[in-house]
Design a protein around this ligand. Structure first.
Ligand SMILES: Cc1ncc(COP(=O)(O)O)c(C=O)c1O
Length: 483
């Protein structure tokens, strides 16, 4: 959505604005203005877009024009709207906040904040040892120019070996090292998707994947996940009917829901994709993190006989996001084409960081085993705190990954996130994981913080949840990036 938002579009985004918590005591125009501020805060209503004329919005919402006039006036007063007579009104933020072009904001580093917006662990203790060992290795590379567009060979071999160990024979020339999984996705989209191309994604899905797709102006269709995961007939039916150029799926411990796609569906999805000419981009970010001894189905690539599957993954979830190491697994010719795209973007990943990754992967079994134990303990602490403090919320116990997807006791996710900021908890509200302003009944909760912090965070969330109906308008807070 750029330039202008029409009355019906804004009405859809506004959703249940007249029935939101805290609403009872405020007049209609204030509730409307408050909901528009909420949409701006969530990044669902971009900055710098022209809002519909007052009469158009009044018609779309079936309310009086004076209500819209008063709401726009309040938005101007709070610094969320700029108007020019005869030309219209544009969205903005108070105090000249700067915003990335994706609509996501850069987070302030706030050490006091319990950050449940980011689903990633702190670094493992082995990282320092690996970094020291990497500096010892560096001299082997210093005699060369240091540009390796597909990655240094020893890391590509280590990643290829890990695929082979999961039952998918892979050679080093099928691997390209990237600066994180997000970078891998961006490069694959540049190669495989013309601007405006059609893409199928799960709903809910990972918000930064949606941001990458927005960067390609993708036309997106969604497969809605049910409470227990993918609905095979609907997913295969969507592929056959919409015949998208590409489908982006997260089969292992899907972000945000935590679902694991069964082997039978993997096989059928690959066959259907091939039949309709769809490329599958399979995000394996969480594949190393099954919990409770959960057995993993074979990688999606196992069922691929026609180079339809491009897998992406990385070090961020099992090891550390700050490492910025990810990869693509594709056919060798596709890797060469990706490398050609990549030199127009960032040339290559840092050699030193790749060497750190090599050392971490050499110790993968021990490190990942510890991570799984840690995550299971933290997940159980989070579940226990939720059962105690927010017993009306419904959660499915995830068998892996780092997040759970809670169904709340009302459509309050965005309001709750704003209220939680006030008490030092950053949340990623449900609508950030969808496209159309739905999912207000859901909240993603990662279990990546220490157990004590999770319990504390749930306590604070529970306190503001029960205050929500009584509080008035929330103060404006700068929204933050979700990862
Ligand atoms: C599904 C998914 N893909 C990609 C990423 C980004 O990973 P990276 O830090 O490797 O770029 C994340 C991080 O949260 C994720 O959950």
């Amino acid at each position: 959505m750029t330039g202008q938002v029409r009355g019906v579009q804004l009405a859809r985004l506004l959703g249940q604005w007249h029935a939101l918590p805290g609403r009872r005591r405020s007049p209609d125009y204030a509730a409307l203005a408050g909901t528009v501020r909420g949409l701006l805060a969530d990044g669902r209503l971009p900055l710098g877009v022209r809002l519909p004329a007052e009469r158009e919005l009044a018609e779309a919402l079936r309310i009086s024009r004076t209500t819209v006039t008063a709401a726009y006036r309040q938005l101007r007063e709070t610094g969320h709207l700029a108007s020019r007579r005869g030309a219209g009104s544009w969205t903005m933020l108070p105090g000249n906040h700067r915003v990335a072009s994706t609509g996501l904001w850069t987070p302030l580093d706030d050490r006091e904040m319990l950050d449940l917006g980011v689903a990633a662990l702190a670094a493992p203790p082995q990282l320092l040892t690996a970094a020291r060992a990497a500096t010892e290795d560096l001299p082997r590379y210093l005699g060369g120019a240091g540009y390796h567009p597909t990655g240094i060979i020893e890391l590509r071999e280590a990643v290829a070996d890990a695929y082979a160990a999961r039952g998918l024979p892979t050679s080093a020339d099928q691997i390209m090292v990237t600066s994180g999984t997000q970078h891998a996705l961006d490069l694959v989209l540049r190669l495989a998707l013309a601007p405006g191309g059609s893409v199928l994604v799960e709903s809910p899905t990972y918000p930064n994947a949606l941001a990458a797709l927005a960067g390609r102006r993708a036309r997106i269709t969604t497969h809605g996940l049910a409470a227990d995961g993918w609905e095979p007939d609907l997913l295969l039916g969507s592929l056959r009917q919409t015949r998208p150029k590409l489908a982006y799926l997260i089969p292992e411990f899907q972000n945000p829901t935590g679902h694991l796609m069964p082997a039978s569906l993997r096989e059928r999805v690959v066959a259907a994709a091939h039949a309709v000419g769809t490329d599958l981009v399979i995000d394996e970010s969480f594949v190393d993190l099954p919990l409770d001894g959960t057995e993993l189905p074979p990688p999606v690539g196992v069922y691929d006989r026609h180079s339809r599957v491009i897998s992406i993954g990385g070090m961020s979830k099992p090891y550390w996001g700050g490492l910025r190491i990810g990869w693509v697994r594709a056919s060798a010719p596709q890797v060469q084409r990706l490398a050609a795209v990549r030199v127009g973007v960032d040339m290559a990943s840092p050699v030193l960081d790749q060497l750190v990754a090599v050392h971490l992967l050499a110790d993968a079994d021990a490190i990942v085993a510890e991570r799984r134990v840690q995550l299971a303990v933290q997940r159980d602490a989070l579940l226990g705190a939720l059962a105690q403090r927010l017993p009306d919320w419904r959660v499915t116990v995830p068998r892996g990954g780092v997040t759970l997807w809670a169904e709340l006791d009302g459509p309050v996710s965005s309001a709750l996130a704003r209220a939680a900021e006030e008490v030092g908890v950053r949340l990623a509200p449900g609508p950030r994981f969808g496209l159309d302003g739905t999912m207000e009944r859901f909240l993603r909760l990662p279990f990546t913080l220490p157990a004590a912090d999770l319990v504390e965070a749930v306590g604070r969330i529970a306190a503001v949840r029960y205050d929500l109906d009584r509080t008035g308008r929330q103060r404006w807070r700068e929204p933050a990036v979700i990862a």
